[in-house]
Design a binder for this molecule. Sequence first.
Ligand SMILES: [Cu+2]
Length: 273
Amino acid sequence: MLGVLDAAAKTTYTYWTFNGKVPGPMLRARVGDTIEITLKNAKSSAMIHNVDLHAVWGQGGGAAATNVAPGEEKSFVFKALNPGLYVYHCATPVIPQHISSGMYGLILIEPEGGLPKVDKEFYVMQGDMYADGAGAEKEFNLDKMLAEQPTHVVMNGSAAALAGNPMKAKVGDDIRIFFGVGGPNLTSAFHAIGTIWDKVYPEGALSEKDVHRNVQTTVVPPGGATMVEFKARVPAKYILVDHALGRLMKGNVAIIVAEGAPVPDVFREGKLK
Ligand SMILES: [Cu+2]
């Protein structure tokens, strides 16, 4: 599917996707659930695909059961045994090309009793892309991928996608971000400019005893995820980045706008009187 790679530069890229979006749909279930996964490959598709879900016990995380040629459909059933936030991705060779081109997403297996309620939940994934060529329509470059020299580092599939079209919240909201890294290559130093993560659920471990508090930056590897929470204490544009900030220049930014009245007790311009 031809999509916008960088709106400002007016470039496009032929994405490979789950359900037409990058990342693919966020799947949500609870520990103990029995889940049926069906992968259907469009007739118009150019190649075989499958899906490996990191939440699955079984061959290839389901990849072996879901190799589908164009026009085919296959299913499998699994029981969710471990709570957590997990990446899924296509695992068809050349695997990193399928991932880089957009075939990744998150599956949340909620713990017993479910996650506590918050005011806002957002779904953000980082990926590195190797999109080359002189024209406006860029193509995957295998050499750049092997050298781990991405042309673009993206949040939700395109350069600055979530900057031009920010996520919205209100002052006082409790915000939860499901953050994953599709990769295929780069590890993210996940950070928000203008706030502190009140809670980080490191590596997507969801029990309260695993929580780290008051964190500035958390490490999320390719094929890994984290859940972070913070209260929007002041009105601001909270800017999500990989703090390896060279990547900001390659499109790696997303914004949460929190609107509301100023809270001068917490932040104000000027001097103490
Ligand atoms: Cu694929």
